[in-house]
Each structure stands twice: as structure tokens, then as C-alpha cells.
Design a protein around this ligand. Sequence first.
Ligand SMILES: [Zn+2]
Length: 485
Amino acid sequence: MNDILKLEPSKLWKFFYDITQIPHPSKKEKKLIEYIKDFGNKHKLETVVDKAGNVIIRKPATNGMEGKKGVILQAHLDMVPQKNSDKKHDFEKDPIETVIDGEWVRANGTTLGADNGIGVSAALTILSSDNIPHGPLEALFTVDEETGMTGAFWLKKGLLKGDILLNLDSEDEGELYVGCAGGIDVSASREYALERTPDGMTALRIVLKGLKGGHSGVDIALGRANSNKLMSRFLMQAESDFGIRLAELRGGDLRNAIPREATATLVVPEIKLREFTKFVRNYEKMYRAEFAETEPDLSFTASKTQLPPRVMKQGDQYRIIRALFVCPNGVQRMSQSMKGLVETSNNLAIVRCSDGKFEAHCLTRSSVDSAKEATAWKIAAVFHLIDADVNMSGSYPGWKPDMNSPILKTMSEVYRKMYGKIPEIKAIHAGLECGIIGGVYKNLDMISFGPTIRFPHSPDEKVHIPSVKKFFDYLCETLKQIPEK
Ligand SMILES: [Zn+2]
């Protein structure tokens, strides 16, 4: 018998064990969808699979609980397939091997899938129980949360009937999540003219590297440098003090990562070369001083390179550098409803100037949809001023923290009674399925919580065994305390 089958609550761990035996990486959840569907049919529960592959199971209230508000238990079916380089594992065929390591369950050289397998197991445990009291219940198992939240995006109106949504996909027991950020992609592009490189110039490659980068939402308020911003600031002064001419510029490669590197190829009048080299060194010193705490490994250097035959036309260069320099970036506003939470931010993620084409790509986030749009328009305005085409796409809604939410009140009180303290109330400056589901089902009262999981999305992923029981007991007690309609 597998060791995790001896853990408590035994039914929950039995379901989790089953899930580890069924391959279910993102976008390949078919077998797990079948398993959940069979589960619903076997327990004679109304079971629906929608076009996206999301599974919805309904269970009537237990005796005497019929008058309560309807609750939706939500978890995602897919897991992130990550393994150590020396590990042989086929995520589409092989089961996950589990290992009990002190108070933790982990896998053997792969991700475990406790994110969100424990949430799925908790919902199945309640759906299959005959001794846990609850009101009218639905479970929503979504697909593909990890690589685009497509399940949540495809969820149709009118499928769910519940009033309260309990998302079981958070990773710190004792914390309740009540908000998240929405996002929108903003991109600008335009062509620029090239002209012959003037005489008497020397070419240099300017490289900014060694920055920490990080997640463009969760890490945006940590004071880290954005390589595209530092490079454009340098270029602006280099242009006005030294008359540099830009041949190529590139920085960043992922929209949702703070850019860590930027490279510019430029030419500078030969007679100013010595002075310019000093100027670059001073910039390095200045940037290292400004970011002494957050970017200790920042490096900013110039090295000679081959003279490019052509450079950007002066007028285009003037405008493009300035647009990048003033493009909004970083935290735009802190949340008014929750202390310490970033409400709105932008990441100037990717910049490219080469062969006569300029491109800039941003990811704007906010827990307030109208603030997100205002920031997107501010970015658009900057690039419209230099006659660039601006494209906005991939917009998804945020979830604004509601500190007066009735379910928050109920769950805070239940937690205090059970565990003798008030749970921490949090929100995240990144996308969650709740934001998207709440965008379709406007009146849902939502909360996200879960057991303690460390290092999700990596082969070190592990779940804290005692926290699973605490989380599950808390879920059961919450269901009992759900208010009447
Ligand atoms: Zn998850």
C-alpha cells in the first residue's frame, strides 16, 4: 500500500493518490476529465462536461440544509509538468511517484501536482461523502489553468447556479485570498527610416545585464530595475550630450517577466570616444548606487563593435527613445481597499529596434478594470504621439478585494473559532481563475484558500501534511456555517 494512503483525511488522500496515477499535464487532462466524469456518474450526481473540458458536478443539499446559499467548490485539473534534468519521466504516460518526507509529501524528481490535486481531492471527498453536511453544492473542475486559464476563459454564462465560489487553489494554509489582478497586453509598433552612418563615428555595443527580473505582477513592487527603462534613460542623455546614433536596440523577451537585459548598438563621434566611455562607466556607477539594495549584480558596459552601415534617422531616434523613456512602468497605484497591495502596474517588457522596425510590448495589470484600461490608454497615448500603431489584446478582468464580502466574514469567524486566530486576508497582483470566473458571474461572492504548498511548478513542489487536514476540516466547517438564502 502506498504510504500516502495512510494519511488523514484518508478519503482525500485516496483521491489524491488516484490523481497521481493519472497523467494530467496542462492541455492533456483528458484522462483526468474521464475519471471525474466517471466519478460523477458512479455517485449518481448530475455531471456536465463543457466544450472546454471543464467538469461541473452538482450535489443536492444534505438533510435540513436546503435553504442555504449555493456553494461552488472550484479547483483546476491540470498540473505543471516539470522534472529534474536527470529524471526520466513522461508526464503524458507515467504516474507521479510520491514520497513522504517528514511532514511533507513531495514527488520523486518531478512536480507533485498538489497544485491543484489536493483541491480537486477535497471537492471529490465532499461530493462522495454521506456524512458531511452542506447546502446545495456544485463543483467546478477547470482545465488548463497553468498555461492560459483557458478553461476559466471558456466557461459559459448560466452553467453555474451557486452564490458563493470557494476556489481551492491557494498555497498558504491560514490565508484567505480575496482579490487578484486582471491584465491586458499593449503593444506598439512603427517603422523608422534608416540612413547611412555618418563619417567619423565609432561603434559600441552597450550591454545592461545582471538584473534580477522576476514576475511582472507579483514582483513589480520590489524595486527591481527594468532594463528597458534604464537603457532608454541612458540613451536619451547619450543622444543629447554626445550625439550618438542608434543602430539597434533590444531588451526583454517575455511579456510577464521584468526584463533583465538590454543591448544597444550605437555609434558615437570618434573624437568623443574617451569621454563617452567614461560617461558609460559613470552611468554604471550611478545605476549601481540607485539600485544598491535590489540589483547588486547590475552591470553596464560598452565594448567596441563593427561599424553598422546604417543607423536610425535622427528624428525617429529622437522620438522613439523619448517614448520609451516616458512609457509608464512599474507600480502606478497602490490599492485603496487593501493595504500593501499593488492595484495597477505596467511592465515595459520587450523592446526591439532593428532593420527599420520598432516594437514595444507591455503587460498592464490591475485589480480595478477601469484603472487597467486607463493605464493601457496612457501607454497608447505615449506611442500615438510618435505615430506608432497601438494594439490592445488579451484583456481579462481582475477581482477587486471586497473587505465587506459576506463569505469573508463567515470564513474569518469560522477560522477564529476553530484555530483561535484570525486568518490573514490577502490579494495577489497577478491573474487568478477567480478574476475570470467573476467576470462572467458578476454576483459571485468568492474566496480562495488551500493547504500549504511550497515550490509549486518545480520538482521541489511539496505539500504540508498537517495543513491538508486543517484546510479540509476548515472547508467542512465553512460549508456547515454558510448562511441561508
Ligand atoms: Zn494552481
